[in-house]
Design a protein around this ligand. Structure first.
Ligand SMILES: *[C@@H]1O[C@H](CO)[C@@H](O)[C@H](O)[C@H]1NC(C)=O
Ligand SMILES: *[C@@H]1O[C@H](CO)[C@@H](O)[C@H](O)[C@H]1NC(C)=O
Ligand SMILES: *[C@@H]1O[C@H](CO)[C@@H](O)[C@H](O)[C@H]1NC(C)=O
Ligand SMILES: *[C@@H]1O[C@H](CO)[C@@H](O)[C@H](O)[C@H]1NC(C)=O
Length: 563
């Protein structure tokens, strides 16, 4: 009797626990750089995001293929947010079940979005822990930033399990900023050797063949940078930057719209870099700045930004984002849903550009003397355009470009290779076969990135009213490419053509035409005996270090200006 009872209870327990996890493969460990500072008061308010199961996901994928393939009859026939909504909105049953579940826990303070597939709800920590069995909220800090997270996995009631993709606000921590100033120290030695040039808007515009006439003129065009590091850009820095570096081309010196709250932190190098450079290549184009949209510290800023996109019917056509996490730290459920959000943006004609990262191929320690490369997400998403980095062959001259050894690149272990890039990647793997890193380090069946690149090394940025040199990273190259795509959109809009939208299918069809091929140099990876710090190497045509290469603007414009 006794034994039997124990048996049935443990069976019950394990079945309710296991079936209840939505993100069984999410890394819930709090990284070492965060300090646990104590429990959370049970009455403290948290805000959690519920990702409701959507409908017609397969159709969204198919529509994205049609509207972004230039050979398709439906190329450029984008959907409005309203149309996206009627496609993906959760079923009535899903909405009913989830709302009922929340209400039965006394949670009534929820905001929804236009597409009705996200709910943002505030509740006390105590209620959150009962709603999501297993979760245990604690407070953590890093460099003055404070967050509330659960280091234990959460589950949900069996009845709602099939109606949710995941719950946000429990595990994923705000990204660590690229240490841009430190990254810049790497080449300081060379400055002693001779004249310091450094990348400025004039240098970029000269290298990529932008003339003074290549500025935006279409009234309905706009572009945006999004960044989530609790930094803000300073309007005074931007205006001073343009005063110093913008003399040779017509530009704007003010951001048109800030979405979210600029605030708590300091003017950051990252934020200044992004905004100063997207407005230098995408000159005279209305520019938005998306910053931390959260009102609560429990939020995941990147997720908040995605939620916001589903709630705004008028958005800039181009968004550049410098944000990434190790792919292996994120749950498949989360990444799959974020991919759906990327597709939702793509079918609206929005171009999303992500920095490929600043750790080359990356490195993951799997065990004793056993390593592999470490892809980064969203860089590894098949539904965004990923931008790598280059430097000048001679850092003091306007020469051709070579690999910047920090340029993020490689192969996803989660997302399979999309059709649009299959032959390009196959070509690379064949042509460099003998020189490839050991097979155990990467996964050739995965989505390969980056897609293209731009200079990422040795930029001048104005920060706190002072021009600062040696700023580097793919968070520099990404807004530079973004601004140029905006210029191309501008010309398309003037001709009455639709915006470029999700660029990759069209970009890969060009097979490198209109881009400067980068063929020299390798990026970094694991410092072990097998690979000795070397990841992949650039090669003629596409490669997983610099993609197809860097834009030759007039040719790219010509190639992308046809219907
Ligand atoms: C979405 O926008 C509507 C109004 O436009 C607003 O009422 C709602 O609170 C917004 N949702 C979120 C999650 O902010
Ligand atoms: C663009 O730049 C390259 C190298 O900087 C140069 O060789 C080329 O002639 C320029 N013009 C065009 C239209 O491509
Ligand atoms: C700048 O853009 C505006 C439209 O936003 C346009 O009217 C103006 O002509 C542009 N300036 C130049 C120099 O092209
Ligand atoms: C390699 O990638 C594929 C998807 O592209 C995935 O199914 C597979 O599990 C990956 N292998 C490893 C060892 O991660």
């Amino acid at each position: 009797m006794n034994t039997l009872l124990t048996f049935s209870i443990s069976l019950l327990f394990s079945s309710s626990v296991w079936s209840g996890y939505l993100e069984y493969d999410q890394d819930v460990l709090i990284p070492d750089d965060w300090t646990h500072v104590g429990p959370v008061d049970p009455t403290e308010e948290l805000e959690l995001t519920f990702a409701l199961k959507q409908q017609n996901i397969d159709q969204v994928e198919e529509i994205l293929r049609r509207v972004s393939d230039p050979d398709s009859y439906a190329y450029g026939q984008y959907l409005t947010l309203q149309e996206v909504s009627s496609l993906v909105s959760p079923s009535e049953l899903t909405q009913k079940v989830v709302h009922h579940w929340l209400r039965s826990h006394g949670i009534t303070n929820c905001l929804t979005v236009h597409t009705q597939d996200f709910l943002q709800c505030t509740m006390t920590a105590e209620v959150a822990e009962t709603l999501l069995p297993g979760s245990k909220f604690k407070r953590y800090t890093r460099n003055g930033q404070s967050v509330v997270r659960s280091a234990a996995p959460y589950s949900v009631h069996d009845d709602v399990h099939q109606h949710l993709d995941f719950v946000g606000g429990l595990h994923r921590l705000p990204p660590k900023g690229q240490d841009l100033s430190k990254a810049s120290n790497r080449k300081q030695k060379q400055s002693e050797a001779g004249v310091h040039l450094g990348v400025t808007p004039a240098v970029l515009r000269a290298r990529y063949n932008l003339t003074a006439a290549d500025v935006g003129t279409a009234p309905d065009n706009s572009q945006a940078v999004a960044q989530f590091l609790e930094q803000y850009y300073s309007p005074a820095d931007l205006s001073e930057f343009m005063g110093i570096y913008g003399r040779s081309f017509k530009h704007l010196s003010k951001v048109d719209r800030v979405v979210g709250t600029q605030g708590a932190g300091k003017a950051g190098i990252e934020a200044s870099l992004d905004i100063e450079y997207i407005m230098s290549t995408g000159a005279n184009i209305s520019t938005w700045f998306f910053t931390n949209p959260g009102r609560h510290e429990s939020q995941e800023p990147f997720l908040q930004w995605m939620v916001l996109l589903s709630n705004m019917s008028d958005l800039p056509w181009v968004h550049t984002v410098s944000y990434g996490d190790d792919e292996d730290s994120l749950s498949t459920a989360y990444m799959t849903r974020i991919n759906t959000e990327f597709k939702k943006a793509g079918i609206r004609g929005i171009s999303l550009l992500f920095a490929s990262g600043d750790s080359g191929a990356g490195c993951r320690h799997l065990g004793k003397e056993q390593n592999s490369f470490r892809p980064s997400f969203p860089a590894s998403s098949p539904y965004v355009t990923t931008v790598g980095g280059t430097s000048f062959k001679n850092p003091f001259k306007l020469t051709y470009e070579v690999t910047d050894y920090i340029s993020g690149g490689g192969f996803s272990n989660v997302f399979k290779m999309p059709d649009y890039q299959a032959s390009a990647v196959e070509g690379y793997l064949k042509s460099v076969a003998a020189a490839l890193p050991p097979k155990t380090y990467f996964n050739t069946s995965g989505r390969a990135y980056p897609d293209l690149a731009a200079l990422s090394d040795n930029y001048w940025v104005v920060i706190n009213r002072v021009p600062v040199p040696w700023v580097s990273g793919t968070s520099a190259s990404t807004p530079v490419v973004g601004g140029m795509l905006s210029l191309i959109n501008d010309q398309r809009l003037l001709k009455g053509l639709p915006a470029l939208g999700f660029l990759n299918p069209r970009l890969y069809q060009l097979k490198g035409q209109a881009l400067f091929d980068v063929t020299e140099g390798c990026h970094l990876s694991c410092l072990d005996e097998q690979v000795q710090g070397k990841g992949f190497c650039a090669a003629p045509s596409w490669d997983p270090v610099t993609g197809w290469g860097t834009p030759n603007y007039p040719e790219l414009l010509a190639a992308l200006l046809t219907d």
